[in-house]
Design a protein around this ligand. Structure first.
Ligand code: GLC
Length: 749
């Protein structure tokens, strides 16, 4: 007996000694997990209120005795979101407001996206944050989703590749990213628990594909699960989604966290492989301890989550003791954001552009005097400034018509008072009410007189949206009567003087264009382009920059033409409270009571955006992938060859115009019977399978573009071969629509 006790004591002492001396490192994570108490384990997988960086979204809990620091998590996709000022601190903590995610995708340029990621990642690092809660990568299932501005595209390849470039850029700075919201968070209405009902195929080919590409091509440090349910199971508690698909099939090696307040049952969240419950709090810690103690949660599952949280922590600058400066180089980052805005702006229509420097411009539209840089909610940024369009045009060498400028300046002052005085409807969560937007102004005499004086007119149309509320097609997709009257009046007056009119779309997503685009001469879409976006617009208007963006989304003729519009919520804010619209106290039961509120049917299946419009031959106003240039390009006959793991398509692009510029080569897998909708086959007519943007080509210069298309993203391929009749098609914008060059028949692939 004595012998055994003697043996036991040193072992116990060793454990105690070890535990006392044990300090977390990247090489002793299993031992550290073993040394934690159950309460400490619960604290590590639950968010914790730590005010290291004021305004950050969340943090993890420190365990000092084991050398485990708290790490800091902060939003967002268009720039780091932290408080710009701190009580008693003279320094400011502004962050660069970059263009919105949609505009990053509109660049079709992964190098530019990567540079934005690097700049944003540097601000994350230098302000003492460890993980950036971005990118937002959900598919634009319907143009009226309130958070589409944060997301990239209706196409999973463009969205996935843009996300991967962004993630690699941010993580090159030694900080983490958090691709979100995994998955099928494609509407804001009742987002906390709305049940997305979707086919396995649409899930695989469209809604999960974007995350699959990003994970396989960039390994984000973390993934954030979405609030909603997927086929009846909350994403935050979805073992199939997190453990089987994300980790098992795709090889994701990082940490998973809930959205803020996502998920309901602690034992389900942890046992699904969701490692961190954010923003956390004592309730969740207690719940986890109770669940282990009464057998609802296997401690092994908890240990696995704790291990992954520790693996995340040891990668962070905080754990490595990085001495952050709180002084990132905002000036150079602003230039990176401006370049991205230049690259992402799309020239939709061209008659007279670019203007000569010094042109006298009459600037119409309240949007010209209240230029919007980004969307609202957690995707907003506390920017050091926003350059107004007026200032950008003046500084860019244009002369603004004084009378018009004076009229709008007065008008905007009155509107500002009116908007601030609007009583928000009592009882509704303020998040639901978009910031009241100024009404459009029209003074016919002013327009007619300006047409006699100014050389040209610019009209800005603006749309803003944000988290927690979807857009209403009636007021947000379609133009108001005031906007239509303004376009009609300005066009009539300036055309009668033989002068031109340009419309600038400063928007959060798709708007109606078909009914008025023939009334004006030039159209640019600059989305919500960040703090210096209006400078990019000025450079494009005067030709210092040749636009090279391409639409990452379809601009349909009518909102109702979108296949998902039959199954998308359009709730007037004043009616919201009557629905289970904001069921704050989710009771864990998925109800399928109210269509598009409690559940949303993804009836269109894989036919999202251009996949639908091109397959049914439906005309659109401006198609996905479209964009013009101030110069012109000629392509060689594209060639395709089978290579290991896929195919390589090469195209020689030549600048045959009079200005330097960039072109985009888009490669689609084309269905055998082009333009024929073959539900039996179930394959869209066109599916984007590769793309690349040239560098800046001078006049007569050429560049050979080579695009690798991996087999695994060609769902039609079987055993590395394409079915008979399928082929890769190179599409580019020429004139008003696409010119398509069929590349080759699949028979020789
Ligand atoms: C929000 C958003 C998410 C954000 C998080 C932290 O509710 O859905 O995108 O990162 O909370 O602010």
């Amino acid at each position: 007996m004595k012998k055994i006790i003697v043996l036991v004591l040193p072992v116990l002492a060793g454990i105690v000694l070890n535990a006392k001396d044990l300090k977390l490192s990247e090489n002793n994570i299993p031992e550290t997990v073993k040394a934690l108490t159950l309460e400490e384990k619960a604290m590590l997988v639950v968010g914790f209120k730590v005010e290291k960086v004021s305004g950050a979204a969340g943090a993890t809990c420190p365990i000092p005795r084991l050398g485990i620091p708290s790490i800091t998590l902060a939003d967002g996709p268009a720039g780091l979101r932290i408080n710009p000022t701190r009580d008693g601190d003279e320094q400011t903590y502004y962050c660069t407001g970059f263009p919105i995610g949609m505009m990053m995708a509109s660049t079709w340029n992964r190098d530019v996206v990567g540079k934005v990621g690097q700049a944003m990642g540097n601000e994350v690092l230098e302000y003492g944050v460890d993980v950036l809660l971005a990118p937002g990568a959900n598919i634009h299932r319907n143009s009226m989703c309130g958070r589409n501005f944060e997301y990239y595209s209706e196409d999973p390849l463009l969205a996935g590749r843009t996300a991967a470039a962004f993630i690699s850029g941010v993580q090159s700075q030694g900080v983490g990213t958090c691709i979100k919201h995994f998955a099928l968070n494609n509407q804001e209405t009742n987002r906390l628990i709305c049940n997305s009902i979707v086919s396995d195929r649409a899930m695989s080919e469209i809604y999960l594909r974007v995350f699959e590409i990003a994970v396989k091509e960039s390994q984000p440090w973390t993934v954030m699960t979405s609030y909603n349910c997927i086929n009846g199971i909350q994403a935050a508690e979805n073992k199939w989604l997190i453990s089987d698909k994300l980790r098992g099939d795709w090889g994701f090696e990082g940490c998973v966290m809930t959205d803020w307040g996502g998920g309901y049952r602690a034992e389900n969240i942890i046992s699904s492989g969701n490692d961190m419950i954010q923003p956390g709090g004592q309730y969740w810690c207690d719940e986890i301890v109770r669940a282990v103690r009464d057998g609802r949660l296997d401690e092994k599952d908890l240990d696995a989550c704790v291990g992954r949280v520790l693996e995340l922590i040891v990668k962070t600058p905080t754990f490595k003791g990085y001495k952050y400066s709180d002084k990132p180089d905002l000036a150079s980052h602003a230039l990176v954001g401006r370049e991205a805005a230049e690259e992402g702006t799309v020239l939709l229509k061209r008659t007279a552009l670019p203007y000569a420097e010094g042109t006298d411009v009459a600037l119409f539209g309240v949007g010209s005097y209240d230029f919007v840089a980004g969307g609202t909610g957690s995707g907003d940024v506390h920017r050091p400034y926003i350059i107004d369009l007026r200032d950008a045009l003046s500084q860019g060498g244009f002369k603004l018509d004084g009378a018009v400028d004076e009229y709008y300046s007065e008008f905007m002052k009155l509107e500002a008072v009116r908007c601030r005085n609007i009583d928000t409807e009592a009882g509704l969560n303020l998040w639901f009410l978009e910031k009241e937007r100024p009404l459009e102004a029209l003074n016919r005499e002013l327009v007619e007189n300006a047409a006699k004086r100014a050389q040209t007119a610019v009209i800005t149309l603006t749309r803003v949206s944000g988290e927690s509320k979807d857009r209403l097609a009636a007021t947000s997709f379609y133009l108001s009567s005031g906007e239509m009257d303004l376009i009609d009046c300005v066009a009539e007056a300036f055309h009668s003087e033989g002068k031109t009119v340009t419309v600038l779309l400063n928007v959060c997503g798709a708007v109606e264009t078909a009914s008025w685009k023939d009334k004006v001469d030039d159209i640019l879409i600059c989305y919500l382009p960040g703090q210096d976006g209006s400078r990019a617009v000025a450079d494009i208007l005067c030709g210092r920059v040749n636009p090279s963006g391409r639409l990452p989304l379809t601009l349909p003729i009518r909102w109702e033409d979108e296949p998902s519009s039959r199954n998308f919520p359009q709730i007037l804010a004043d009616k919201a409270a009557n629905y289970s619209f904001y069921r704050n106290f989710y009771d864990g039961v998925v109800r399928n009571d109210v269509k598009n509120i409690d559940y949303t049917l993804y009836e269109e299946d894989i036919f999202v955006g251009y996949r639908y419009h091109s397959s049914v031959g439906q005309e659109v106003s401006y198609p996905f992938g479209y964009g013009l240039s101030y110069t012109d390009f000629e392509w060689s006959e594209p060639a395709t060859r089978k290579v290991a793991g896929g195919w390589e398509v090469s195209v020689k692009v030549k600048n045959i115009g009079s200005r330097e510029g960039k072109d985009v080569v888009e490669i689609y897998l084309a269905h055998p019977a082009d333009g024929e909708y073959l539900p039996a086959e179930g394959r869209p007519t066109l599916e984007l399978k590769g793309y690349a943007k040239t560098g800046t080509l001078g006049c007569r210069e050429t560049e050979t573009i080579k695009i690798f298309i991996p087999e695994w993203i060609c769902d039609a391929a079987q055993g590395g071969k394409l079915p008979k009749g399928y082929c890769f098609t190179a599409l580019r914008s020429a004139g008003s629509h696409f010119s398509s060059k069929k590349i080759c028949d699949s028979s020789n692939l």
